[in-house]
Write a protein that binds this ligand. Structure first.
Ligand SMILES: Cc1ncc(COP(=O)(O)O)c(C=O)c1O
Length: 389
């Protein structure tokens, strides 16, 4: 067999390595507490589950919905953006359903990137950005996200010639893995940069609804001029705890949306109709799920940060996302710390190095277990750190 060279550009998934570690923990007789993958453990809205079940029984719901999906779903997305962000969207031209934002993000590279074309990718970042670019055989220009800049890219440090050649920039706030948030003024800077260098902006807004202490993240599309230069991906995965249902949407620049539809119409035949129908109910009637999620993740965040501070592991409380980004509390690199902690305590975190060069020195904690389990995990971490000294 002669496999395509582009496969060589993909990173080996840290999650398979961590799953191996989980098996090793089970075999050693310990109970793993897996805080690695960001898959919500909370229930989707009941109305959504009832509607999926109802429509799944309806034989008329098994047709191809095609890439554009239903008008009702696109209209619900537009209404949701109007209510949540006061952004006007045309459901016919400025909204497209996707099978989870990962579907849209991975395929957006096919819209802009020919072999050798370059794109700005944050470092550290969600791995699909680099891998999607690699599949399109593009060239990555890393945008370092560093603590001293509140994990926002420093555009003044970007080489102007590189920027002129680049075609695309991916951004993501609230951010995975750093849990950082972006102020509206940052997005104004982004629009100016995009106009100056003729770059399309793709903002991944998967976590805008998970924010704490009364803080409400903004949409990139609220920025004047944003719709002329970019698009935004949103997902029902984290907002309504529907990760496995694979439903999201992309909104913004009509030309970009049309081009993404063209690419995707060669790849899929649209989302399962029961899901699109249930997605309308999620977007229109399920704000109580969002409120409950925020309260739950905020309590979990506090358990982790306050508990770890008792062992001298001082971590800043994030304002958003379902993650905590913490400096490695020992003198080890992030992978060695994660391995040692897991083998001794069963608590599995993700080493920052898995998200890029600038992730080294940090670990990511997924707040994906209930309060009791998180308290147990914190207790184990505390004992581990006290015995390290
Ligand atoms: C930043 C970010 N974007 C996108 C996704 C993918 O989400 P979806 O389930 O919508 O494909 C994730 C999933 O963890 C994520 O963390």
């Amino acid at each position: 067999m002669k496999f395509a060279k582009r496969l060589g550009g993909l990173q080996t998934s840290i999650y398979s390595q961590l799953d191996e570690l989980r098996r090793e923990i089970v075999e050693s007789g310990k109970t793993p507490i897996n805080l690695s993958i960001g898959s919500p453990d909370l229930a989707p809205p009941e109305e959504v589950r009832q509607l999926v079940a109802k429509y799944a029984l309806d034989p008329r719901c098994y047709d191809y919905t095609l890439t554009r999906g239903t008008y009702e779903f696109r209209e619900a997305c537009a209404k949701w953006y109007k209510i949540r962000f006061n952004v006007e969207l045309d459901p016919e031209t400025e909204v497209l359903p996707v099978m989870g934002s990962q579907d849209g993000i991975s395929h957006i590279f096919w819209v802009f990137i020919d072999k050798g074309d370059s794109a700005f990718i944050p470092d550290p970042s969600y791995p699909i950005y680099s891998d999607g670019l690699a599949l399109a055989e593009g060239r990555k220009i890393p945008l370092p996200l560093q603590e001293e800049n509140d994990y926002l890219p420093d555009f003044s440090a970007v080489n102007s010639n590189e920027a002129d050649k680049a075609k695309l920039m991916i951004l993501n706030y609230p951010n995975n893995p750093t849990a950082a948030v972006a102020p509206a003024s940052f997005f104004e800077e982004v629009v100016n940069f995009a106009v100056k260098h003729d770059i399309v902006i793709c903002h991944d807004a998967a976590y805008t609804e998970l924010a704490f202490d009364g803080y409400r993240p903004c949409s990139f599309l609220q920025t004047p001029g944003a719709k002329e230069v970019g698009i935004e991906f949103h997902s029902l995965s984290k907002t309504y705890n529907m990760a496995g249902a694979r439903l999201g949407f992309v909104v913004g620049n009509a030309k970009v949306i049309k081009a993404l539809e063209t690419v995707k119409s060669n790849i899929d035949y649209g989302t399962f109709r029961p899901l699109l129908n249930a997605g309308v109910a999620a977007l229109m009637h399920s704000s109580d799920t969002i409120i409950k999620n925020r309260e739950t993740y905020q309590r979990r965040r506090d358990i982790w940060v306050d508990g770890c501070s008792l062992a001298g592991w001082n971590i800043k409380k994030p304002k958003g996302s379902m993650f905590i980004w913490a400096p490695v509390p020992t003198k080890q690199d992030s992978l060695s710390f994660v391995m040692d902690l897991a083998r001794e305590t069963g608590v599995i975190l993700v080493p920052g190095s898995a998200f890029g060069e600038f992730g080294e020195g940090y670990v990511r904690v997924g707040l994906v277990r209930n309060e009791d389990i998180l308290r147990q995990a914190v207790e184990k971490v505390r004992t581990f750190l006290e015995n390290k000294d």
